[in-house]
Every structure is written in structure tokens, then in C-alpha cells.
Design a protein around this ligand. Structure first.
Ligand code: PMP
Length: 379
């Protein structure tokens, strides 16, 4: 008999290579999931072997790209829409409106359609085109607007709010930036999962902030469990959050240059970075212990590094998180200490082929993959 390798979780199963046996195994594992929404959450925690081995520190990433809508934002969309139903803001025939630079739009479209609502997503027109296509594929309406500062009424969030109001009582503005259901999705889901998966053995949590929901929600839960867990902000180029944490003032490069577009975040990274305070970021500020800035070039190099060494194809914000994990190890002198750093792998690189994972696009912005940037981080 030819033997087949033992399968995870089936240690007691009789192992042989016969087709009957394989069919038997397959039949036993089959079960029915009552709809796509049941697939949201309960994501695995993956050890990033290359970085963990090189640094002598456990770097663990929550594989949020495995959610059915492809990102951490599925949890948020489900929480926002479910709470809106509970409070009677969304009823049959309802229409959800949201302004988003990408992932949230896909998640809102998916959850809305699974629950029988219409959705309209307003996006800046410099968002990766594959994200817009996904929203459209769910049958949601997409409106693309010119990138603009938050003070401009044509800005994507303001435009979505306006459309929801115009729609009348059946319209609901999801409002991920100000809606604290976003924070609650992480307090009740992401964080307790992470706690259970590590058995509470966590020294730090690293996360970027786009709305601030992830870092505030997970950070608050972890601090509640153990005050000494370090909550660390991973900030991208062009964002003012780093300066807010380190120096108490929201201050970005653009601001210092006095440009009129100072509220926009100038980076090839999608989904994180802010130059204004949101309700969800306000919740995070008291519990953030430290912050690190990550350049676009470092993020690109990290994404290439873990795809080549770990077989993990990640999006830009995940790469920023992993660079920050390495910077934290250096700043704390944790190399070789076997400490446990947890972070979020927000979405997959397959969402970013037209921008962050596109050589030609990067060349135009003056970025090339430079492996030396990672070698320096791991030294
Ligand atoms: N990564 C990606 C790809 C995102 O779309 C977002 C959300 N904008 C984030 C990270 C940041 O998460 P949060 O909004 O919870 O701060």
C-alpha cells in the first residue's frame, strides 16, 4: 500500500492510499455553511517564518485576507450592517451607502447583497481598479470621484453621506470612520480570537490605521487583558498619525509644505494613513504606546521578501505592518528574546496588481524593490 501523509486534525485516522479511503475521509469532513456571512472571522494566525527565524522573535500575522470578501473589513461591514438592522436603521428594501478607498466597499457590497440590500460605494478614482471591479461584480453601484480633502464636499466620504441623505429613509450611511461599530467588530471578534490563538502569550500588537477601528478595537481588548502589552502604530509615508502619537500634533509632510491637498495621504500604500482624527482613531490614541514610520520603498521590499521566503502574497498595508514589527524588535532590543509580536495581514497582494504589485506603476513613482532595505531591518 502506498501511504499518504497524515492530515492535520486527523491523527487517529487510519491512513492508506486507496481511493475508497480518500473518499471516506472527504465525506467525513463535508459540512454545510449556512451562507457566506458565516465564513467571516475565525481566521488563522500564521507564523511569519522568515522574519521570526531571522529575528529570534515570534512574528504572527492574523490572516484576514482569508475572509470571504478578501480583507479584515468583512468583520466591520457585518458589524455595521447588523447593528443598523438591530437599531431599525436598515429594513427590507434598504440601501447602504459608503465612502471608501477600497476594501470596505467590497465588504459592504458583499454583506449588503447577502442580506438583500442595495449598496452604493463612492471611491476615489486613484483606487486600484481591481477593487472597483469587485464592488461592481457584487452588483453594487460605484461612483468614482476625484481625490479631495475631507473639507471638500466632493470628497468620497462626504459624497456618500450626501447620497444617503438624498436617498431618503431607506438610505443608510455606513460611516466606517465615525461609526464605532467598526471598533466593536474588533473588540468582539479579531481580538478575542487573537487572545485565544496565542493563549494570552502576546508582548505586542502592531497595526496601521485607516479608520482606526482595528488598532483601537484590538488594542483596547488586549490592554484590558494585560496592561503591559505594547500597542504599536504602523504608519505609512504621507500620514500625520505618527506625529500625532510621537509629538501630539497631527502633522504630515504635505502639511509642512502647506499644500491645499494636505488632508490626502501621499503613498502607494492603500487602506491606511490619515491626516485627520476620526472617532475610531480617538479611541486608539490613549492606548497606543509607540509608532513607527514606514517608507513606500520599505513596504514594497517587505512584500517581495515574504512572498519569496514565506509564500505569502500580501497587500501593501500588511507589508507596512511587518516592517513595523521588525523596527519594533530593534527599538526594544528584543532580537533573540523569543517575544511574541502579533499583527494583521489585512488583504492579499492579488488586490494590488495595478498599483503596489505593479512594477511599471512603481517605476513611475520612483520605487524599485530593494532587498537591502530588509537586510538592514533583520541585521
Ligand atoms: N489595510 C487595508 C487593506 C484596509 O483597507 C484598511 C482599512 N481602510 C486597513 C488596513 C486599516 O484598518 P482600519 O480601518 O481598521 O484602521
Amino acid at each position: 500500500l502506498r501511504t499518504i501523509p497524515k492530515q492535520r486534525g486527523r491523527r487517529n485516522a487510519r491512513v492508506d492510499g486507496s481511493i475508497e479511503h480518500v473518499i471516506e475521509l472527504g465525506s467525513r469532513s463535508a459540512h454545510i455553511v449556512p451562507g457566506v456571512l458565516e465564513l467571516i472571522g475565525n481566521t488563522p494566525l500564521i507564523r511569519i517564518n522568515s522574519l521570526s527565524n531571522a529575528l529570534g522573535v515570534e512574528i504572527l500575522g492574523k490572516a484576514e485576507f482569508l475572509n470571504p470578501g478578501g480583507s479584515v473589513k468583512d468583520r466591520v461591514a457585518l458589524q455595521i450592517i447588523t447593528e443598523a438592522e438591530t437599531h431599525g436603521y436598515l429594513k427590507p428594501g434598504g440601501h447602504v451607502f459608503e465612502g471608501t478607498s477600497g476594501s470596505t466597499g467590497i465588504s459592504i457590497a458583499m454583506v449588503a447583497k447577502a442580506k438583500g440590500y442595495d449598496a452604493t460605494i463612492v471611491m476615489p478614482d486613484d483606487t486600484a481598479v481591481e477593487k472597483m471591479r469587485s464592488v461592481e461584480a457584487y452588483g453594487a453601484t460605484v461612483e468614482r470621484v476625484r481625490p479631495a480633502g475631507i473639507v471638500d464636499k466632493r470628497q468620497y466620504v462626504n459624497r456618500a453621506k450626501h447620497l444617503a441623505l438624498e436617498h431618503g429613509p431607506a438610505g443608510y450611511f455606513a460611516d466606517q470612520f465615525e461609526n464605532q461599530a467598526n471598533f466593536r467588530a474588533h473588540v468582539s471578534g479579531t481580538a478575542p480570537e487573537l487572545w485565544k490563538q496565542t493563549g494570552g502569550n502576546v508582548d505586542a500588537f502592531v497595526s496601521g490605521a485607516g479608520t482606526g477601528g482595528t488598532i483601537s478595537g484590538v488594542g483596547t481588548f488586549l490592554k484590558h487583558k494585560r496592561k503591559d502589552i505594547r500597542v504599536v502604530l504602523a504608519d505609512c509615508q504621507g500620514s500625520g498619525l505618527y506625529n500625532k502619537v510621537k509629538h501630539g500634533v497631527m502633522y504630515s509632510q504635505r502639511e509642512s509644505e502647506g499644500t491645499r491637498r494636505r488632508h490626502q495621504v501621499d503613498t502607494v500604500v492603500e487602506g491606511i494613513g490619515l491626516n485627520r482624527l476620526t472617532a475610531n482613531v480617538e479611541l486608539a490614541l490613549p492606548i497606543i504606546d509607540d509608532a513607527f514610520q514606514v517608507s513606500d520603498a520599505e513596504a514594497v521590499a517587505m512584500a517581495h521578501y515574504v512572498s519569496a521566503h514565506d509564500g505569502l502574497l500580501l497587500g501593501s498595508s500588511s507589508a507596512v505592518n511587518l516592517v513595523t514589527c521588525c523596527k519594533l524588535v530593534r527599538a526594544m532590543g528584543w532580537k533573540g528574546s523569543k517575544r511574541v509580536i502579533t499583527t494583521i495581514l489585512c488583504d492579499s497582494g492579488s488586490r494590488h496588481f495595478s498599483k503596489f504589485w505593479n512594477e511599471e506603476y512603481l517605476r513611475k513613482t520612483g520605487i524599485t524593490n530593494d532587498p537591502e532595505l530588509i537586510a538592514v531591518l533583520l541585521r
